[in-house]
Structure formats: C-alpha cells, structure tokens
Design a protein around this ligand. Structure first.
Ligand code: CS2
Length: 495
C-alpha cells in the first residue's frame, strides 16, 4: 500500500490501472458541475477525462465539482487532489481507471461565495448538473417550477444567497451578465424527459420572479441542450472501498463502482465552446428526445418496476430480481408489449439489441445495485417512467396491466411496511404525505389506490379519473395485497 491516492502516489500505482493521460497541472476550469456525486464521476467526468487525453486536446476543461449540501465528497477527494477511481465491473472482472478531470471541489453551504464566483468565472463556459429529479424544484406532473416549495420561496426572497440548484444557477448567470461575460451553456444530466427544456423553463420562471430583465437575458443568450445519460452506478459500499484499495495498492476514500456500458447523447445546441466529447464517445445529435424516451421507458421504467416489486418480494438487488424467471418475463413483456409501442425510435437504433443488452446489464452479478436505492424518490420518477407511457396507451385505448402492476407495487411500497410487517424507510420528498394517505387504508386496494391517485404532483388530475387506469391498478394492488408481490408478478408473467 502506498498510502492514499493522490498526485504524489499516481506513479506508483500498478501498471494495469489507467490514469490521466494529460498534464493535470496545466488544466484550467472550464466546467462547473452542480451535484458532484457518484453518477457524475462515473459518467460526465469520465468522458471529460477521455476528451482531455485526446492528442492535441485543449486543457481548458477541468471541472469544478460543487456539492450543494454535504461536504462528504470534498472531504473524501480533497486530500486526494481530486483524484478518484472508476471501478468497472463485469462479472468476475474489475478494471480500474483513475480519473483526473476534477480540478476543484466546493461545498455550497460552507462557501457559497466560492461557488457563485466559479459560475461567474471567465474561464467557465459550461455548467452541468446532476442534482437528481427532485433537485429541479419542479412539479413532476407538469414540469413547471414549484413556486410553493419552501426552499424556492426562500431563494426567491433572497436571490443573492440561494441554496437550491435553480437559485444558484440563476444567481451565477446574473453575475455573468452583470460582469459583461459571455453566457455559459447549461447542461442537465438527470433522468428527466426533455431535461434541457425543463431546466430552461424553471430557470426562466425563477428569473422572471426575481428580475424580469435577467430572464430576458438568459432567454436570449443561454442555451440548455437536452441530454440522455446512461450508466448504472450503484452506491459505493465499504466492501467496494476495500476491494479497490487492494487492487489499487492505495486507499481511495470514494471510488465509484460501475458497469462497462456508458452512453451520452447530447443535443448540439451549445452557446459557448465545449470539449470534444464526441471524440470521447458521446453522441452529439439534433434531437435527443427519442433517445431519452427510449431510455426512460425501457431502462428506468424496468428499474422502478423491479425496485418496488423486487423489494417487496425480498430481493436486495436488481441482479437477484432479474435472476427470478418470473421477473425476467414480466420485465421483457413490459418492454415489448407496453413500452415499445409508445416510442418514437431514434434513427439507427436496433431496439431488440438494445432491450437484450438491458436485460444483460440488469443481470450483471458484480453490480450490487439495490432495489432500495432505485426505489428512492418514486414520486419524482414515476411520471416520466411509467405514467407518461400509460397516458399514451390510455389515449390509444390500449391495455396497460404491467404498467399498472408496477404502479401498484409503488403504492404498496410507500405504505411503509414490507410483507413481513417490517417498516420500510421510504425516502421520497413526498414520503410523509404518501404514508399518511396509504397507511390508514392499508389492505384495502380501492381505498389505497384512491388515496394515492389523489396526489396530483404524481398523477396529475387525469389519471385518477380514468377507469382504464384505475381499474388495472386496483386489480394489481388486490393481487399484491392478497398473495404478495412475488405471486402477483408470477401471475402477470404467465398472462
Ligand atoms: C435508476 C437510475 O436509481 C434509479 O432510479 O433507474 O439511476 C439508472 O441506474 C440510471 O439512469 C442508468 O443510466
């Protein structure tokens, strides 16, 4: 063991470990990233690292990583000079790569001035975000700014001392305008449909409420390309840390664990320069929406389906869940029969191969991707993953029994107790409301469905009044409540 991973220990890592192929000392920071979690580090930071290593590449694209709340990432990576390991796992094999694109780490609550100054730095040309679905302060059912959310109210009252991602973005852009700087492109990298358009909408609305002239400046100068991001990144565990340390011969306090697959599709509407991400494997395209839709409705919808029903069936991970033949059949049928007909396909995509690859990715036994992790924040995920395609099917008069089973699984899960009567620590911004509604009528399928379908942030005002949706949801919930989730999946898989 050479001690801690750092610039000094890089040279003594084992030869098989890939490491930054450029001179980190010469990097300047062209990107500020809000939400420097595991996903960003295994995805956009890795693409940027690859782009920096291209022959003759510009070294203008170091990333200042910002944590909006907790100092844990900075505390782990600061003493490592921003270096960390991406551990790519496939079956029995683990490949390590040390990524060097992070040039700075900031923590908003500790030093808001440093974060706002970084956003308004002349070298900054791109602001990227992974703040999870709930970080956009929008109403998930409508995609508009949730102006009643207490954090939003607070930021609107004190726009120069913001705490939300949207408030921080708007204040950063205001400083750029006031300093006479050119705009920066804002790139959302979260799993939202038309994610660029959503961020643009909430940013413009927020700006309008605090400074209408700023809203006009942003509208005229800043672009918000949409992106489709894909790489499965389970939360890092202490076992992962030990395994990486043994292979690395040095301690890395926060490696990120991921799969070989990675995809990044970016709408090519930048208002300022960008790294050559295309040469690093990203796809720069005219229209991202078909890619996003394909991924949200096939990958993420299957994930959420397996998360709730798998958790209730006693499965800890996605690999275990898909390893159950009943789940494998249900997921494939959900994709083929209910999701595929709702998609407008991106050009050149072989959908059968895409779905086959998804099933194989879910089954990767080395990825300990927990059903509990994916079950988080369902109120923010269901609308784009399951409910938008459900609406499309309803409008076309098509059945949606498998989507309904997934929704019923979520309803059973958010009631907050598992099938053995143990509490589930439901993590969701609406957890308290959901539990309050579902728990008192636990066991009564009609009552639970009615109570939860009455949450407009999730279901809008239409789905609870649509018999073609309510009836299959109630039927699925009845099946789950009477015989358990596993039996309901088995029956659905036979259908
Ligand atoms: C998952 C995603 O946690 C979740 O909700 O569905 O994080 C998923 O792993 C990624 O989108 C894969 O690209």
């Amino acid at each position: 063991m050479t001690g801690r991973l750092s610039t000094a220990s890089l040279a003594s890592l084992p030869p098989a470990v890939a490491r930054p192929g450029y001179d980190r000392a010469r990097l300047t920071s062209g990107i500020v990233h809000l939400g420097v979690g595991a996903f960003h580090r295994a995805h956009q930071a890795a693409y940027t690292d690859a782009a920096l290593a291209l022959p003759g590449a510009s070294l203008d694209w170091g990333i200042v990583g910002v944590s909006l709340r907790s100092p844990t990432t900075r505390d782990a990576l600061g003493p490592q000079d921003g270096l960390y390991t991406v551990a790519v796992r496939d079956g029995a094999e683990t490949r390590l790569q040390v990524v060097g694109s992070l040039t700075g780490l900031l923590v908003m609550p500790e030093d808001p001035e440093a974060v706002l100054a970084a956003l308004a730095n002349a070298t900054t040309r791109i602001i990227t975000l992974t703040v999870t679905e709930k970080g956009y302060c929008h109403d998930p059912a409508t995609g508009t700014l949730d102006e009643a959310r207490p954090e939003v109210v607070a930021d609107i009252a004190r726009p120069r001392a913001p705490a939300t991602a949207i408030g921080v973005l708007v204040e950063g852009l205001r400083r750029r305008r006031d300093a006479g700087l050119p705009p920066a492109t804002v790139v959302c990298c979260d799993n939202l449909p038309s994610n660029g358009a959503v961020v643009r909408r909430v940013v413009l609305r927020f700006a309008e409420l605090v400074d209408p002239a700023l809203a006009r400046w942003i509208g005229d100068h800043v672009t918000f390309p949409s992106t489709m991001v894909d790489r499965i990144v389970p939360a890092t565990t202490d076992d992962d840390r030990r395994e990486v340390a043994a292979l690395l011969g040095a301690e890395d306090r926060w490696p990120v664990m991921t799969e070989p697959f990675s995809q990044w599709v970016i709408e090519d509407t930048f208002c300022a320069p960008r790294p050559d991400w295309a040469a690093a494997g990203a796809q720069l395209v005219g229209e991202v929406e078909p890619f996003e839709q394909m991924k949200l409705r096939l990958l993420n919808a299957s994930h959420s389906t397996m998360a709730y029903l798998g958790y209730l069936s006693g499965y800890a991970t996605i690999a275990e869940t898909i390893g159950d033949p009943a789940f494998a059949r249900l997921v494939r049928a959900l994709m083929d029969a209910e999701m595929t007909p709702t998609l407008s396909l991106p050009p050149g995509v072989d959908l059968t191969a895409y779905k086959d690859a998804l099933i194989a990715r879910f089954g990767n036994p080395a990825l300990k991707h927990t059903t509990y992790q994916i079950a988080m924040d369902g109120s923010q995920k269901l609308p784009q993953r399951l409910l938008a395609p459900a609406r499309q099917r309803l409008a076309a008069g098509q059945p949606l029994d498998r989507i309904a089973l997934a929704v019923a699984g979520w309803m059973r899960y958010v009631a907050g107790v598992d099938e053995a009567g143990r509490p589930i620590a439901v993590q969701d911004p609406l957890a308290a409301t959901l539990k309050q509604r579902a728990a008192p009528v636990m066991g009564d399928a009609e009552g639970m469905a009615k109570a939860l379908l009455g949450v407009p942030q999730v279901f809008g005002n239409d789905l609870g009044a649509a018999p073609g949706f309510v009836e299959p949801v109630v039927a699925a919930l009845k099946a789950i409540l009477s015989g358990g989730a596993r039996a309901a999946v088995e029956a659905a898989a036979r259908a």
